[in-house]
Design a protein around this ligand. Structure first.
Ligand code: ATP
Ligand code: MG
Length: 406
């Protein structure tokens, strides 16, 4: 902010950092809003790069942190001047495809999603600018969409996920005007690119509020549009419902204890109902258990990926966790010891405990494996082969929890 100020630019801390600081919490990252264009920002910071297409922003590296710097966004409606057409683009259904029209702080504020996310802190004057009643909503502990919620959700359906996520994270109520349209508009999430939904998935379920978030997603009929089969099966089965809740609760607890969490484990739990259903169908058609599990796993992953792009480095361990469940049925002597040395054993064992925690009767298998591990003491675990290096980091990648393939 100081450097931008030195060069006669405006610069404000904005978004989650201001919100969380005002609430007495610790911001998890810092977003800066400025009147400098991405090119101007990039020119001022050697350690920066311009990213994004839908929204062009600048990532400035600052030690281990990456600071996200966005240029004030301006208005662009149907009555826009023609010169702006190239910078902004809307689909026939109102979806915002490109949004690179620059504007003022006032214009920028009303383009943000929630009032509590649209507070601007000026580090020079120590002032907070509030154009949209964000301070009042922060005080009243409520989530409110800026502007007309219907139009804002149509413009970017991911905002529905954000409304629910922040309500869960901050333990805020959702103002009725912002809450009521969600069930009817949830289907708009079907049009969101699968890669973006995977990013959102991480923010929903791997940031410490997964259980509350899950409950909100289910009660607003949004979960159906992320994991249709799991939503349907959980709605009709107390066990599957309990499994989802247990998975979320455990993940939250691990994060509270600073233990690593992985999307693979939680996705394995979310998709397990669909795997069980498909496996049963295949077995009924005469497939033996192992190929049935294999086939079901493959199909369920392929189907889930159409909606939420699960990278292979997570879908592979997921499938291994599922397939390992069958192997855990054999607990005798040497075989057991061999299984315990497999690198996916620990995750598979945790998954077995989760199934039992949710009420599945596995004839005490979990306790047996707990005892076997105690008896054998520490076992050397097979090394994991190095995962392929991701070619390019996407926006939001840095925010993801570290991978844990135990
Ligand atoms: P946190 O980083 O703690 O999850 P945040 O509020 O900083 O929360 P970011 O995803 O980092 O969330 O986004 C930064 C800011 O950008 C938000 O506070 C909000 O003002 C704005 N923003 C993000 N996504 C959208 C969106 N889909 N529509 C409108 N504004 C958005
Ligand atoms: Mg942020």
């Amino acid at each position: 902010m100081a450097r931008l100020h030195e060069h006669e630019h405006q610069a404000y801390l904005v978004g989650g950092a201001v919100r969380d600081l005002l609430l007495g919490g610790h911001p998890k990252d810092f977003d800066i809003a400025t009147d400098a264009t991405p090119e101007q920002v990039h020119a001022l910071f050697r350690n920066s790069r311009i990213i994004g297409r839908r929204f062009r922003i600048v990532h400035v590296r600052f030690g281990r942190e990456v600071i996200e710097v966005t240029t004030f966004r301006g208005h662009h409606g149907d009555d826009e001047a023609p010169r702006r057409d190239a910078a902004a683009k809307r689909s026939s259904r109102g979806l915002l495809l490109r949004d690179n029209v620059y504007g003022t702080l006032e214009e920028d504020a009303v383009r943000r999603d929630l009032t509590v996310n649209a507070l601007y802190y000026d580090s020079g004057s120590f002032e907070v600018f509030d154009q949209v009643g964000g301070l009042q909503d922060l005080e009243a502990r409520q989530i409110r969409v800026i502007g007309d919620p219907l139009a804002r959700y149509r413009e970017d359906p991911v905002r529905m996920l954000r409304t629910l996520r922040f309500a869960a994270k901050l333990d805020f109520a959702i103002e009725p005007g912002s809450a009521d349209p969600i069930p009817e508009l949830a289907h708009l999430l079907d049009d969101i690119p699968a890669a973006r939904l995977f990013d959102e998935f991480g923010k929903l379920f791997l940031t410490g509020n997964a259980l509350t978030t899950l409950r909100l997603l289910r009660s607003y009929s949004v979960f159906d549009h992320l994991f249709p089969d799991s939503a349907r099966l959980a709605d009709n089965s107390a066990f599957y419902s309990a499994l989802l809740e247990a998975a979320m609760g455990n993940t939250d607890e691990r994060l509270r204890q600073d233990k690593p969490v992985t999307p693979a484990f939680i996705l394995a739990a979310i998709l397990w109902p669909a795997v069980c259903e498909r496996r049963e169908q295949l077995e009924n058609q005469g497939e033996p258990p192992v190929p049935a599990m294999h086939g079901a796993a493959q199909e369920v992953v392929a189907q889930a990926c159409q909606r939420i792009a699960i990278p292979r480095r997570f879908s592979m361990p997921m499938r291994e966790i599922w397939e390992f469940q069958l192997r855990l049925n054999r607990t005798e002597g040497r075989r057991a010891k061999e299984l315990m040395s497999k690198r996916r054993f620990r995750a598979a064992y945790d998954f077995l405990l989760l199934r039992e925690q949710a009420g599945e009767d596995c004839s005490g298998l979990g306790a047996t494996w707990t005892r076997l591990q105690d008896e054998h003491g520490p076992i050397e675990v097979e090394q994991e082969e190095a995962p392929p290096r991701p070619r390019r980091r996407r926006r939001g990648g840095r925010k993801r929890a570290p991978a844990q393939d135990s």
